[in-house]
Ligand binder design. Sequence first.
Ligand code: SF4
Length: 421
Amino acid sequence: MTGVFSLLPGGRHGLLTPPPGSGAGSSSNEDSSRYLAVGGYAPVPAPARLLERIGTVGLRGRGGAGFPAAVKLRAVRDAPGTPVVVANGEEGEPGSVKDRWLLRHRPHLVLDGLRLAAAMTGAERGWVYLSDASAEQAVQRALTERPPDLRVDVVRTPHSYVAGEETAVVRRIDGGPALPTAKPPRPFERGVGGAPTLVANVETLARIAVLHSRPEAAAAVAGTHLVTLSGTGGQGALVEAPAGTRLEILADSCGHGNAGAVLLGGLFGGLHGAGWRDLVLGQDRLAAAGGALGCGALYFLRPADCPVSVATEAAAYLTAQSARQCGVCVSGTGALAGALSALAQGGAAPDTPDKLLRWSRQLPGRGACGLLDAAARIVAGLLTHFPDRVDDHRDSGCPGCHDATTGGAAGDGRRFLVAVP
Ligand code: SF4
């Protein structure tokens, strides 16, 4: 990880670069008195008006699914019962650091967003859900410094790929394991303790707080993303950039301008090859290109990297992270990872690419969470964007695949891990 910086135009302040005087930054925690001095924790006399503004500017959730924030808030507000709210800071994607960074360095901003979410939904109780010890310390310090209007507890979970999925969050807060459950019911219908529950990503909450304190910047705030950039060789950065930024500019900003391909959304948005430079940051734009922004993590591959190798490592990691609750996930991720591994080693049957294609079309949507979809999308991207490289592996393995298939590297996801700056 090489830095934390902003690509916002005109020196605009954002989540990573707050106004001078806030006391926040990449090497310090936010201070409550200084956060108050720059407009934080402002009264919210008309929560309905704030909710309307969130809807008007089209703020979307930043946890991965990109669901409209106002729709989710209204669903919780209008469900029968007294709602509760959860700040979800458990980022399962190994290539993402934005949520931990926010909790460590801007805890008041996140807690401000949480109390605004409570005001908009009518919630009387909240939780901050996380796995990172440093983030927990920062949040506890912030809660002590300035106790919130509603009761807020911190719940720590063991880290895993699926621990941040919204039904896993509910299950863990209720005292169970951090594993997804079947839907429906969704948390807005029946969540923590049976109450209608808003599970909101911490970046979403941070953006709600800024929307409230700086209404004049609402559209720009909603149209901006935190992205974690990394790639082969270890160079990376946590960057704030407006929707519409070409991925080529993001890659250049952290030394990956010569990349040959990109893996989008952590492991969730698939591999993209030739033409990746023209892809544009934004949930809808990347979806239209057959990918997904997910949590905003981008992993750049060098031209020399073998995409079969990267896909094999990703599928092995996802297989290891499967909660093993859904039969189709256990067999599906295992089959995808096994076929990729055979391909990587040059020992695949002639019909392996055809099988992979069929599975990548049949498996999405069949698990209780998005893990199986992620594995299928990686395979689909590999077959779509790198058919020649796949063909090259039919008869013999390649050197680039060696580390992915031997020596225990497969399954630990080490390649994709990023340290929090
Ligand atoms: S799809 Fe896989 S990871 Fe998700 S809940 Fe089912 S078994 Fe667990």
